[in-house]
Ligand binder design. Sequence first.
Ligand SMILES: NC(=O)c1ccc[n+]([C@@H]2O[C@H](COP(=O)([O-])OP(=O)(O)OC[C@H]3O[C@@H](n4cnc5c(N)ncnc54)[C@H](OP(=O)(O)O)[C@@H]3O)[C@@H](O)[C@H]2O)c1
Length: 436
Amino acid sequence: MALKVAVLGCGVVGTEVVRRIHDGRAELAERVGAPLELVGIAVRHPEQDRGLDVDPDLWTDDALGLVERDDVDIVVELLGGLEPARSLVVTAMARGASVVSANKALLAAHGPQLHATAAHHGVDLLYEAAVAAAVPVLGPLRDSLCGDRIARITGVVNGTTNYILDQMTRTGGDYAAALSEAIDRGYAEADPSADVEGTDAAAKAVILASLAFHTWPDPARVHQEGITGVTAQDVADARACGRVVKLVALLEQTCESDGSRQVLARVQPTMVDRRHPLADVSGADNAVLVEAHAAGLLLFTGAGAGGLPTSGPVLGDLVTAARRRLQGRFQSGPLARRAPAGPIGTHTDRGLRSRHHLRIPIQDLTAAQAAVSVVLARANIAITSIRTTVDARALLILTADTEETTLRHTLGELAALPSVSAMPRSLPLLDAHEDQ
Ligand SMILES: NC(=O)c1ccc[n+]([C@@H]2O[C@H](COP(=O)([O-])OP(=O)(O)OC[C@H]3O[C@@H](n4cnc5c(N)ncnc54)[C@H](OP(=O)(O)O)[C@@H]3O)[C@@H](O)[C@H]2O)c1
């Protein structure tokens, strides 16, 4: 008996998914153990030609009508955004359908509730493509590594920003030029705000944390900085100290003095050591480095965007959901837990910490060196290296591990010094692992 599949959305990803379900039907039937039958494709403009050789009767603009059918086995949600995606997915599950999605915004905002709904109705909710597109990292975290203890995850998980920063690094140009090139070449959308402001990467960080640390951090408490403020000078400064600027998502679990655990999640432009594996992630590629207690360092890398690459894990989830349906087995349970994540500097003993690169614009070298050293020493910020720019107009400092709130406060104090000419600039550092 065929398993009935409804697809919501047929844009960049949906078009490839529908094409592969249609063209690969014989192979998919073999992998699943039963044929997959497309029963409907919901889009906003059903009349639009999408170059797909499917039955014209499948197209509809009535997504709700499609998910309300009670003969649909699996709904593949490729709409994007929160609504109507959330209500359609909930309706589908309530009608007994398993759901496959690539929607990170939806999962980050409503993951626990959606998992609870899936468990309640005894259906699957799978979303491998929601993080790092083609790169299979959620499955390994959920299954292969669930007996291990994850210490830290660092990742370059947004292809658009990586393309822009890569472009700035290669050309020495500024952010605006690199963004406009990314838009022209189709690597950035006309409205790139979710990517360049770090929202997309923060959503992926939440999903990664949920699987790595078995709890969903509150998305509002992920520290999020985008790349809109990254300058050509930052990129040049990074190069001068053997680094490259990347938008890095970093997730850690801390153990507090009272025994409680906190998940610290942040997305920030970061100066990454050239010897670190994330430094080599180029163009629109993504990479996720997992540091596990037993398994050690694991690097997952590959295409972070695009219709065809993203269709890979969507089809993989579809086959998995279909096989499980045939066997009457579903995923459930602990994926529905939401716990607070620590914001910067509160609810946790240590807050967000890292080494930093500081560029401090100065008027008078001798006076500035002395005054800056005093301010940093008073704030307990240790200097590991200090240089002066060739024109003696700025001090370039690398600090030891420093708490973010302390650093921000101290930057304000530095700016107020008579020998400092403008607000200092700081970027966190990601160092190469000693054992790599
Ligand atoms: N693009 C990527 O590289 C990529 C990578 C990983 C994950 N994802 C995720 O995959 C999902 C889809 O992304 P995409 O790039 O394929 O998006 P897209 O190109 O914008 O396509 C969205 C599709 O949804 C349809 N749609 C939107 N609202 C609708 C509504 N209310 N009712 C019916 N149909 C509606 C649109 O219909 P019309 O075509 O008629 O307008 C379109 O076909 C998103 O969650 C995204 O985050 C994308």
